[in-house]
Design a protein around this ligand. Sequence first.
Ligand code: PMV
Length: 320
Amino acid sequence: MQATAIAQPNIALIKYWGKRDAERNLPAVGSISITLRELYTRMRVRFDDSAERDSLTVNGVPDRQMLPRLSACLDRVAGPARSSARIDSSCNFPIAAGLASSASSFAALTVAGAAAAGRRLERGALASLAGRASGSAARSLFGGFVELANAGDDIEVGTIREARDWPLSVVVAITESGPKRVGSTEAMEISRRTSPFYASWVERQDRDLDAAREAIAGRDFPGLAAIAEHNCLKMHSIMWASRPPTVFWNAATMRCLQTVRRLQADGVDVFFTIDAGPQVKAVCLRDGISDVEAALRATAGVTDVATTGLGDGARLEAGA
Ligand code: PMV
C-alpha cells in the first residue's frame, strides 16, 4: 500500500505545444526530449483507509494547490474506488518555474501510485497515464533521448538513443525562481485559439522531428543545435503572436541567448532552449561545460546555474 518513486525532469528539444484533445490531454504534435540526471522529484504514495481524503506535502510543507491534479492522476492510476492517499513529494529545484517540475512530479507519482496500488504496468502504459496529467510527464518515464509520438487515440513514447551513446550536458540558467504567471495548459489553449502561426506550427512539426531524429542518430551537434533553437523560437513566436500574448521571457532570458551566441562565435558547441518559463537551458558537449557555466553565471540577471547530464527514466526506489 506504499511505494516511493523518483523521476527526473526532461527538456524538450522539439517541443510539445498545443493539444488535439484537451479532455484526454493528447498533444497536437510529437516531441523529442532529453531526460536529465541531477534534478529530481521523489514521491511517496501511501494508501490509507483511515484517512478521509488525500493529503499532500511538498518539501515537508502541506500543499493544497497541486492536490486536485495529483488526486485525479491517482484516480486514473489506481482506479476511482481507491483508498485516500498520503502523498509526500520532495524536489531539489524550483517548482513551476519552467523547469519541468510537473513532468518529474507526475512521472514519479504514476510509478509510485501504480506500485502502491499493486498494479503491474508496462512502462508504455505508465507513460500514457502520466501523459494524461501532464503531456511532458510521459517522456520522463524514459531515459536518454526520448520521442513521444501520437498513435491513434493514445501516445507512444520510448527512448530513441541511450544517454551513454551521446552524453550531452545541460547548464540551466535560473533567471527567476517564483512560480510562473500562466500555466502551460492555459497558454497552449490561447495559442491554439488565437495565434495566426499555430496551424503552420502543427503542420511543420514532423519535419522538425525528422531533422532532430537524424541529428541524434548521427551525433550531429550543429544539426541538432540548429533544429532545436529553431523549434524553440518558433514555439515562443506562436505565443508572442497570440491574443492575449504570452511572454515567458524576462530581460535576463534574452541576455542568456546573447551569451550563448557569443560562446558559439568563440567555437563552443552549445545551443539554447527555453520552455514555459524564463529559464534558459544551454545544451553542450562535456568539454564545453566550464566555459558555458562561467559565461552564464556572469550574465546579468542570472541568479543561479545548475549543471546536469542525461539520466534514466522514472523508477521505484529500492527498499521503499
Ligand atoms: O506538459 P506540460 O503541460 O507542462 O507542457 C510542456 C510544454 C513545454 O515544456 C513548453 C514543451 C515540452 O515539450 O515540454
